[in-house]
Design a binder for this molecule. Structure first.
Ligand code: NAI
Length: 278
């Protein structure tokens, strides 16, 4: 059977550690024949991040492993989506190896300064959260679009259920993800004439370091355990369980492929039914 993405090149931000959604996305894109750029903090590791980041050696291992398993070309590149110089270096490195980028998955994300209500939120943590999650998508898209526009292309942004439903005590993240959804729509409308489609995925509860950390915080707050918090959460999910990174990756691959050729400007929920509204 023909692979859906044979001959395409994809860049996935925040894909440098095996436990994350970005890694699952990179693997599934490669399984469908795409060359993949693994872009993550690596050498730029941020000491303020609450969860582990993709480090240099793990990124390099992932790139090697995916190339071997799927017979595609891969590379690992250091990237901090908050720094224009880092983004410019990434683009230069990619341009040295690939003629064009066909797929960009803006997946890097993080939250700082939680839990806090808006009126007690530390200002620099608020700004930083919005910088990574929202401005990072703007910066990386803007920098890579010149490599995409000639051949058309696809952008998939990782937004969140939190961009549609208020995430309490995690306000900056929720506001940033709502911004990602609107940015997706604006870019979709602006770029349609250039043959570039832009969509977003809105995951609910997905089993990664970020989710574990969140249940850890809740456990402290409610004097409970991580397992107990997870059980409580599952009661609010019609499908009754936490989702897996590879399930989000399947949706990203679909949106990146021609099977979604008539879809742009959409923000698709993948929440086990926890969110049913548009
Ligand atoms: P994670 O924390 O496990 O992975 C995030 C990745 O982004 C890490 O590899 C990290 O190094 C990278 N990153 C962070 N700041 C960066 C920066 N400034 N520049 C470059 N890379 C940076 O998180 P997870 O769960 O894999 O999340 C992936 C995406 O999915 C994020 O955008 C997150 O907000 C979103 N999401 C996750 C959900 C979940 O339940 N796990 C639910 C909804 C959305």
């Amino acid at each position: 059977m023909d692979k859906l993405l044979a001959g395409k090149t994809a860049v996935v931000t925040g894909s440098g550690k095996r436990s994350g959604i970005g890694y699952a996305v990179a693997r599934k894109l490669a399984a469908e024949g795409a060359n993949v750029v693994i872009a993550d903090l690596g050498l730029n590791a941020d000491p303020e991040l609450a969860v582990r980041t993709g480090d240099e050696s793990e990124m390099a291992d992932i790139a090697r492993e995916i190339a071997q398993d799927h017979a595609v070309e891969t590379m690992a590149v250091n990237l901090d989506v908050t720094r224009p110089d880092s983004i410019a270096r990434m683009v230069k490195t990619i341009a040295g190896r690939f003629d064009a980028v066909h797929i960009l998955v803006n997946n890097a994300g993080a939250t700082f300064g939680v839990p806090n209500a808006v009126h007690t939120y530390d200002e620099s943590a608020w700004m930083k959260t919005i910088d990574v999650n929202l401005h990072g998508v703007f910066r990386v898209s803007r920098a890579l679009l010149p490599m995409m526009i000639l051949g058309g292309g696809v952008i998939v942004n990782t937004a969140s259920r939190a961009g549609k439903v208020p995430a309490l005590f995690n306000g900056a993240y929720a506001v940033a993800k709502a911004g990602v959804i609107m940015l997706t729509k604006v870019m979709a409308a602006e770029l349609a004439g250039n043959g570039v489609r832009v969509n977003a995925v809105c995951p609910g509860q997905i089993a990664t370091d970020l989710e574990k950390w969140r249940f850890g915080l809740e456990a402290q707050f409610f004097s409970s355990t991580i397992e107990e918090r997870e059980k409580e959460m599952c009661k609010t999910i019609p499908l009754g369980r936490i989702g897996r990174p590879d399930e989000v990756a399947d949706l990203v691959v679909f949106l990146a492929s021609d099977r979604a050729a008539y879809m742009t400007g959409q923000a698709i929920n993948i929440t086990g039914g926890q969110l049913m509204e548009l």
